[in-house]
Design a protein around this ligand. Structure first.
Ligand SMILES: CCCCCCCC/C=C\C=C\CC(=O)SCCNC(=O)CCNC(=O)[C@H](O)C(C)(C)COP(=O)(O)OP(=O)(O)OC[C@H]1O[C@@H](n2cnc3c(N)ncnc32)[C@H](O)[C@@H]1OP(=O)(O)O
Length: 286
């Protein structure tokens, strides 16, 4: 209920902002954590500092922005990137999964599923300009895209590292990884929780292209131009043919997946692992 109300408020605020900024001449709309520019190829920028973690609010704003773009028939493709220096996205917000109650975990997971289903089955062309670290849920966002361009900076890593946190990647994260890099590579990377450097990510197929950091956006734009030259109807039907079974696999068991997540994440042993991981992140500073 609370989330539905927040959603209505955000949609309303989003459209107000949309109108105001259009008057300024720039075609863009924004909410607090997501900025969307629709001048030229549409660009969606995550801006949830310090690390673009996907908090419940961020997920909601992201989903709403995507919905607005999907509803605008003049928009055929979107570049997904980050406004936080050096970080694409740190993935799911650990604080949404630690020390909360089961109802919160269920609500959070429902929203994670919702964003994934929308992104993965989007009719639009999605290109990610990965301009920073992209672990776990950050990698998931990139994997949903039709093409991934990553900045050539060895400090940036990408991959599904859940097992390093003492948690398990859900089956639909795994399915998408297998679809992208094949069964053997996915099996190894998932068990080890591998975070790939850009060069390794390119080699294994987690990303499609690695370019100098200052060319990530221009490359993503030129990739978009190429993809936009393909007729929408044939490209969309092909994308649907490739992805439908994977998405349907979650759709048919969404409730059970929420229950599994909620009981898994509520376990004392899992909460302890998350606590230790959060402490490790804190200590890294000191
Ligand atoms: C049996 C089957 C059942 C199936 C059940 C399914 C269960 C699945 C469950 C969950 C799946 C989860 C997927 C995820 O996405 S989990 C999140 C994984 N993310 C990470 O591991 C990234 C962790 N972060 C980092 O590695 C770094 O922060 C990095 C992104 C590289 C940035 O480094 P740096 O610039 O040095 O910044 P700091 O590390 O100092 O971080 C700044 C502050 O941000 C906080 N932080 C970082 N990441 C997160 C996060 N994901 N969520 C929340 N907060 C985060 C960090 O603690 C710092 O906070 P503070 O300033 O207060 O100390």
């Amino acid at each position: 209920m609370a989330l539905a109300a927040a959603r209505r408020l955000l949609l309303h605020a989003g459209s107000r902002l949309g109108r105001r900024e259009a008057v300024d001449g720039a075609r863009r709309f924004a909410n607090k954590r997501v900025l969307v520019e629709t001048e030229g190829p549409a660009v969606m920028k995550l801006r949830n500092p310090p690390v673009n973690s996907l908090s419940l609010e961020c997920l909601t704003e992201f989903t709403i922005s995507l919905e607005k773009l999907e509803n605008d028939k003049s928009i055929r493709g979107v570049i997904l990137t980050s406004e936080c220096p050096g970080i694409f996205s740190a993935g799911l917000d650990l604080l949404e999964m630690y020390g909360r109650n089961p109802a919160h975990y269920a609500e959070y997971w429902k929203n994670v599923q919702e964003l994934w289903l929308r992104l993965y089955t989007s009719n639009m062309i999605l290109v990610s300009a990965i301009n920073g670290a992209s672990p776990a849920g950050g990698c998931l966002l990139a994997l949903c895209c039709d093409y991934r361009v990553m900045a050539d900076n060895p400090k940036y890593t990408i991959g599904l590292n859940e097992s390093l946190l003492g948690i398990v990647a859900p089956f639909w994260f795994k399915d998408m990884y297998v679809n992208t890099i094949g069964h053997r590579e996915a099996e190894r990377a998932l068990q080890l929780g591998t975070l790939f450097s850009p060069a390794e990510a390119l080699k294994v197929g987690v990303v499609d292209e690695v370019v100098p950091e200052d060319q990530v956006h221009s490359k993503a734009r030129s990739v978009m131009t190429k993809w936009l030259a393909i007729p929408d109807h044939s490209r969309q039907l092909t994308k649907n043919m490739m992805r439908k079974a994977t998405a349907d696999n979650l759709i048919k068991q969404r409730e059970a997946d929420i229950q599994n997540f909620t009981s898994f994440i509520s376990k004392d042993s899992i909460q302890k692992s998350l606590h230790m991981y959060l402490e490790k992140l804190k200590q890294k500073k000191g």
